[in-house]
Design a protein around this ligand. Sequence first.
Ligand code: ZN
Length: 131
Amino acid sequence: MPDQKIKEMSDDGKAHGALCIICDKEFHGHDTDHFTIKVCGVCGAPYFISQGSSGAEIAIKENWVPATREYWIEQQRNVSPAFGFNEKSALNSATNDDIISLRLWLRSKVKNLPQEYQSWPRDADLRFTKI
Ligand SMILES: [Zn+2]
């Protein structure tokens, strides 16, 4: 399990030398509708940005990190397209196809996902920690 925190992020949103926990690329945070959340510019994984500190913490529950990494490796698509952002936000570059792709992938992997997936409402994506 990789470390859940990215450290040494500077004010420009770049975590110099720090790697995204999901895609393993250098983390460059992109703004979202939530001022405390930035998303990875490569895979779309959301991170909490702490004010007054230099850290960033992934906003995906720890038990969902492995499946989310697997999704990225297999599909190379935005890993959090339904993550609580305003649907019309220009800041969320995910497309409807990204959302459908993720839903279909989750259904196809049900046996390998955390048990809680089976009690999610249809089409819900509850992998994220609370904002
Ligand atoms: Zn990433």
